[in-house]
Ligand binder design. Structure first.
Ligand code: MOS
Length: 698
């Protein structure tokens, strides 16, 4: 089933910059040439907690090409005491060299700047830093929570409705289980890279990030600059996944460019990204479900613990997703944190929902088994009429439609519910399902659309295309709103001088920008007189969606989905092979089916990877991650990925002018649970700890 389409929106379109990308004409941040460019190399701490006693700069300042060494003793001061555009303070590891404290292994302690990258690296590796070491603690485990509830910037840490103990006592069936997920890393293919320079009295930064309005605002705050004096550009981005905000590389580049008064580039190495670019916290989750014998929920309790650093509070809100999923008399969901000597975790694709859905959707499967109810029927029986905790109406909710369509296409009706009974040679076979959901958010954005004298149109919107195909989607949206073919529309993005706009994050990007682009395009169409000449400078219309989105009625706004997986398990070796996956989503109007499928399948592959491969292990002695690179950190390779299909049901958002909800993150949600539930169906063994490694299967 696909959305009924008209015009460009809803029609498959290859990426407008696709040719530039595959021919190398598209330049990424570290490839853009600058005259008189100097190169910075970050030096990271080799101890996990303590103080920097001294930095021996003299020896390296005499090395070939070395220009300066910045550290806490000489670096420009920054002001990190602010709440930025996204409602949270900056990550302290980006407020470089402001004190001598070392908060974790890999804490930035110096920046060596030289004429070439090689000279900077050699000097950085020779730099001797003396530390005063203190004992560190990096051991995450259930039951270790720090005092107090966390103060997450976006979601309440605790939501409670109904009497838990009373409703548990009234439940005929109780599932009470603990689930864990490990530290996971979201290193994009393109490492973090920035070049900073002062140009005509303005700070000009070429970067790779998820939103230049955001990054420019943070840099203006950090360096106490007039926001109009900061320009950040980021045209092509080789992946972000939540990791590409303000980090040590931009701040180091700005500091060095200020001190040296010449352009300075700082690129993170792959290994540095494992301590400077953020990651997903490990989680320890407890789920208690109480139900009648027929599976109708009386209790949904979900408590999650995540780690954060000692210098910044980050909450992986794993328990929050349950608040909108299922009806129950009593709902108790809570996030807690433990503060450790580790880097601060950050947003990583579907923060909260990805690990949270593993626990909750596994527990639902356990309940289905205990009640002898089909897992899809169980979800039908617990479908809420309104938000189960909020009581708010849903904007639109087509979860059951996803399950019905998915069941039909996956062949669910023929499934024998008994576990461990299907064999094919040495393989045990099983199938599993899980629900997915992700909030459908929107942020304020501005756009400008110009009718050019040559009959073409230029759209200016400070969007970030981090590989999603956002610029192509905006081209389709603009073409439809202008009622012209797509080849008459060009879209300019990735430049803070284009005006403020939402980031590529929280699955809100394309929706937020499309809203602004459509509004400006419609305004322009109204102001154009048919047949009249367009002056050489063109005719421009502008939009700002702040008011429109502020007036949205209070509703639970989510995208939903149903995930299906089939696995084969070799009980002799513990090997798990995923044989096929199917995801059916109700995720608003799909703008470009080609890149949308790509985005959803990418998320599902990540869910497979999360289920079977991804796990960063922290060494308690050093405080660092073992094998901190893409050789040591296992992600699914092509040979691990079977036939995966993603499709959608008709689900236009009634409150969005284009009908969009957002598809950036929902593909990963529930995918790991579907795989784990399939492994149970194949073997009869529940896996509550990810990843499902061969040694755990045996
Ligand atoms: Mo995403 S984790 O909001 O970049």
């Amino acid at each position: 089933m696909t959305t009924a389409t008209r015009g460009a929106v809803g029609t498959a379109h290859t990426r407008v910059e696709g040719r530039d990308k595959v021919t190398g004409a598209a330049r990424y941040a570290a490839e853009i040439p600058f005259a008189d460019l100097a190169h910075g190399w970050l030096v990271l701490s080799t101890v996990a907690r303590g103080r920097v006693r001294a930095v021996d700069t003299d020896a390296v300042l005499g090395m070939p090409g070395v220009l300066t060494v910045l550290h806490h003793g000489n670096a420009p001061r920054v002001d990190s005491d602010f709440i930025g555009m996204l409602g949270v303070p900056p990550d302290p590891s980006a407020a470089l060299f402001q004190h001598d404290r070392v908060a974790h292994l890999g804490w930035p302690v110096a920046l060596v700047v030289a004429e070439t990258s090689e000279q900077a690296r050699e000097a950085a590796e020779s730099l001797v830093v003396h530390y005063e070491t203190e004992p560190h603690d990096v051991a995450f485990s259930a039951g270790r929570e720090s005092e107090g509830y966390p103060l997450d910037g976006h979601l309440p840490a605790v939501a409670e409705k109904g009497d838990l103990a009373d409703r548990l006592a009234a439940s005929a069936v109780v599932v009470d289980a603990e689930y864990t997920t490990p530290e996971e890393y979201h290193n994009p293919m393109e490492p973090h890279a920035a070049t900073a320079r002062w140009e005509g009295g303005r700070l000009d930064v070429v970067d790779s990030n998820q939103g230049t309005s955001w990054v420019a605002g943070e840099l203006a705050n950090l360096f106490s600059l007039d926001p109009a004096a900061v320009r950040v550009r980021s045209e092509h981005v080789g992946g972000g996944f939540g990791s590409k905000g303000v980090r040590a590389h931009q701040v180091g580049a700005v500091m060095a460019a200020t001190v040296l008064q010449r352009p300075v580039r700082v690129v993170m190495t792959r290994r540095q990204m494992f301590s400077l670019a953020g990651y997903r916290s490990p989680t320890a989750q407890r789920v208690r479900l109480g139900a009648d014998a027929d599976g109708r929920l009386r209790v949904l309790e979900h408590r999650s613990l995540n780690q954060t650093s000692t210098v910044h509070e980050f909450v992986e809100p794993s328990a929050a997703a349950g608040r909108s999923m299922y009806a129950a008399d009593a709902h108790h969901t809570a996030s807690r944190i433990v503060r450790l000597d580790v880097p601060t975790p950050t947003w990583m694709r579907a923060p909260g929902e990805a690990p949270g859905s593993f626990a909750l959707e596994s527990a639902l499967d356990e309940l289905a088994e205990r009640c002898g109810v089909d897992p899809i029927e169980l979800r039908v029986r617990n479908e809420p009429a309104v938000g189960p905790v909020s009581g708010l109406p849903f904007g639109s909710r087509n979860l059951i439609a996803c399950f019905r369509e998915g069941a039909r296409r996956f062949g669910w009706a023929e499934r024998d519910p008994r576990p461990g009974v299907r064999r094919e040679g040495r393989w045990l076979l099983g199938t599993g399902t899980a629900a997915a959901s992700f909030p459908a958010g929107v942020g304020p954005s501005t756009a400008a659309v110009t009718a050019e004298a040559d009959g073409t149109f230029t759209v200016r919107i400070n969007a970030a295309d981090i590989g999603t195909g956002a610029r192509t989607a905006l081209t389709l949206v603009a073409a439809d709103a202008l009622e012209v073919p797509t080849d008459r529309v060009r879209v300019r993005i990735g430049d803070s001088d284009l005006g403020p706009a939402m980031i590529a994050g929280g699955s809100t990007g394309t929706r937020s920008w499309s809203w602004a682009v459509q509004a400006a395009a419609e305004e322009l169409r109204r102001s154009l007189v048919p047949g009249a000449d367009i002056p050489p400078e063109g005719i421009t219309a502008r939009s700002n969606t702040a008011e429109a989105i502020g007036a949205l009625a209070q509703k639970e706004r989510h995208a939903f989905g149903a995930q299906f997986a089939e696995v084969a398990v070799d009980p002799a070796t513990g090997e798990v092979r995923v044989r096929r996956m199917l995801g059916i989503f109700a995720a608003g109007r799909i703008v470009n089916p080609l890149t949308a499928r790509n985005q959803l399948v990418g998320g599902m592959v990540w869910g497979l990877s999360m289920a079977l491969h991804e796990e960063a292990v922290r060494d308690r002695a050093s405080g660092g991650v073992y094998g901190a690179d893409l050789a040591g950190y296992h992600v699914a390779a092509h040979a691990d990925v079977p036939h995966i299909e993603a499709d959608w049901v008709d689900d236009p958002d009634p409150d969005d002018p284009v009908g969009i909800k957002g598809i950036g993150e929902i593909g990963i949600v529930g995918a790991a649970a579907a795989v784990a539930n399939a492994v149970w169906h194949a073997t009869g063994v529940r896996h509550r700890n990810l990843p499902i490694r061969p040694d755990r299967v045996l």
